[in-house]
Design a protein around this ligand. Structure first.
Ligand SMILES: *[C@@H]1O[C@H](CO)[C@@H](O)[C@H](O)[C@H]1NC(C)=O
Ligand SMILES: *[C@@H]1O[C@H](CO)[C@@H](O)[C@H](O)[C@H]1NC(C)=O
Ligand SMILES: *[C@@H]1O[C@H](CO)[C@@H](O)[C@H](O)[C@H]1NC(C)=O
Ligand SMILES: *[C@@H]1O[C@H](CO)[C@@H](O)[C@H](O)[C@H]1NC(C)=O
Ligand SMILES: *[C@@H]1O[C@H](CO)[C@@H](O)[C@H](O)[C@H]1NC(C)=O
Length: 354
C-alpha cells in the first residue's frame, strides 16, 4: 500500500470508486469541520459555564466589570458559530420559540456525508439543526436519560420550523429503529449513502488518523481487509457498508416512504438537485438556491453562502489516503455486488455503485 500526501494543501482527499485515483472531496471537508467545530465549541461552552459559576460566586461581593466583559466576549464567540444551531443553556430563548424533539433525523451512514447534508439543509429558513451528534438512540447510557434530556439538546425553533438531528451511528444500531419508532412512528428519516467500497476506505482512513494522532499502532488497509487470502468480512467497516442488512431492520419499523435516501456521491458533485428532493420529501417550500453554493476552484469543492456568510467548512489540513491494491478493491466490489443488488430491490431504486 502506498500513502499519498496531499501536496496541493487541499483539505482532504479520497479515493474515488474508479480505482486508484485521488480527487478532492467536499464531504470530507465538512466532516473534518465537525471535529473542529466540536473541539472548539465544547471548550468554549465549558469556559462559559465556568465563568458563569464564577460570576455567581462573586456576585454577592459585587461582580467585577472585567468578568462581565469576558462573559460577553464568550457569548459573542459562541454566537459566532451559528445563530440557528447552538443549543447552549446560556442561549436566551427567543420569544415564540421552544425546543422540540426532531421531526426528522439523519440516521447515517457514517462517512456518508451526513455533516455536509446537515450543513446544507441548515441553509433552509424552515430548518433548525442540532449542533452536535446526540447519540440518543444508539447509546444506552444516553437513552436512559429520557426524552426530556434529548429535547434539551435541541435548538430553539418556531412552530413552522423542522428540527433535525444527525447521528450517523443510528443506521447500523440494532436498537435505534425501534426506539425512534417509539418516539414518533410517523417521523421522516434521511439516509445519505455512498459507494460502499469508498465508504469502507474512508472509514478506515478516519480510524487510521485517529490512531496516529493518539500514538496508537496502525495497520495497513490490506492487512485488515484481507485475512488468510480472503476478505475479512468481520471487519466493522465492511459490516457498516452492508446497506441491505441494516435497511432490513429499519423497514421492520418504518415504511419506505418515510425514509428518503440521499445519494452522497451526487450531493458532492451537484448539491442542489439532491437538496431539492429533500425539500420535497419534507414538504418544505423550495428555498435552497444555486446561489447558496459556490465552487471553490482552489479547493475543488462547493462552499456555502447563506445569511450573508460564507462557509467552506474545511479547517483541517489535507490528509493522505491509502492507494488501495487493485486486487483488494476488486474483491470488495464483488463482495458488495450482491448486497447492493438486494438493497436496490429493497428500496426500489438503483445507485451507480460498483
Ligand atoms: C447572531 O444574531 C445576532 C443578533 O440577532 C447578530 O448580531 C449576529 O450578527 C448574528 N451572528 C451571526 C453569525 O449571524
Ligand atoms: C412526527 O413526525 C412527523 C413527520 O415529520 C411530524 O409531522 C410530527 O409533528 C411528529 N410528531 C411529533 C410529536 O414530533
Ligand atoms: C477558496 O480556497 C482557497 C484555497 O484554500 C482559499 O484561500 C479561499 O479563501 C477560498 N475562497 C473562497 C471564496 O472561499
Ligand atoms: C495486490 O495484492 C495481490 C495479492 O492480494 C498481489 O498478488 C499483488 O501483487 C498486489 N498488487 C500490487 C500492485 O501490489
Ligand atoms: C418503484 O419505482 C417505480 C418508479 O421508479 C414506481 O413506478 C413503482 O411504483 C415503485 N414500486 C414500489 C413498490 O414502490
Amino acid at each position: 500500500m502506498q500513502m499519498l500526501t496531499d501536496a496541493s494543501e487541499n483539505c482532504c482527499l479520497f479515493t474515488t470508486g474508479s480505482a486508484n485515483q485521488l480527487k478532492t472531496g467536499p464531504i470530507y471537508c465538512f466532516i473534518n469541520q465537525t471535529q473542529y467545530y466540536i473541539e472548539l465549541i465544547i471548550p468554549l461552552h465549558m469556559a462559559f459555564l465556568l465563568v458563569s459559576a464564577y460570576l455567581l460566586l462573586t456576585h454577592t461581593q459585587g461582580a467585577p466589570v472585567e468578568n462581565g466583559a469576558l462573559l460577553e466576549t464568550l457569548k459573542s464567540q459562541v454566537g459566532l458559530f451559528s445563530n440557528k444551531s447552538e443549543h447552549y443553556s446560556a442561549q436566551v430563548r427567543p420569544p415564540g420559540t421552544s425546543r422540540r424533539i426532531p421531526q426528522t433525523i439523519i440516521i447515517g451512514v457514517r462517512k456518508g456525508g451526513t455533516r455536509a447534508l446537515l450543513e446544507m439543509l441548515d441553509i433552509h429558513p424552515n430548518i433548525v439543526v442540532a449542533a452536535t451528534e446526540v447519540h440518543f438512540f444508539d447509546w444506552d447510557e444516553n437513552y436512559v436519560k429520557g426524552i426530556d434530556w434529548y429535547r434539551s439538546l435541541m435548538p430553539f425553533s418556531y412552530g413552522n420550523q423542522i428540527t433535525i438531528e444527525k447521528t450517523p451511528g443510528y443506521f447500523t444500531s440494532p436498537q435505534a429503529p425501534e426506539r425512534i419508532h417509539d418516539m414518533n412512528s410517523s417521523i421522516k428519516l434521511l439516509l445519505i449513502l455512498r459507494d460502499p467500497t469508498e465508504r469502507v476506505i474512508s472509514d478506515y482512513t478516519q480510524v487510521y488518523y485517529n490512531r496516529v494522532e493518539s500514538h496508537k499502532p496502525v495497520q495497513l488497509f490490506e492487512d485488515i481487509v484481507i485475512k488468510n487470502g480472503a476478505l475479512n468480512t468481520k471487519y466493522k467497516a465492511i459490516q457498516r457498508s452492508l446497506y441491505d442488512v441494516h435497511m432490513e431492520k429499519w423497514l421492520k419499523h418504518f415504511s419506505l416512504d418515510q425514509i428518503h435516501i440521499v445519494d452522497g456521491n451526487t450531493l458532492i458533485k451537484d448539491p442542489l438537485p439532491e437538496l431539492q428532493k429533500v425539500e420535497r420529501f419534507l414538504n418544505l417550500p423550495s428555498r435552497i438556491m444555486s446561489s447558496n453554493f459556490y465552487f471553490n476552484q482552489t479547493k475543488g469543492f462547493y462552499c456555502i453562502r447563506s445569511d450573508g456568510r460564507e462557509r467552506c467548512l474545511h479547517e483541517s489540513k489535507g490528509r493522505p489516503h491509502p492507494l488501495v491494491n487493485n486486487t483488494v478493491l476488486e474483491q470488495l466490489y464483488s463482495y458488495f455486488k450482491e448486497h447492493n443488488a438486494k438493497f436496490y430491490r429493497m428500496v426500489n431504486h438503483s445507485f451507480d455503485w460498483h
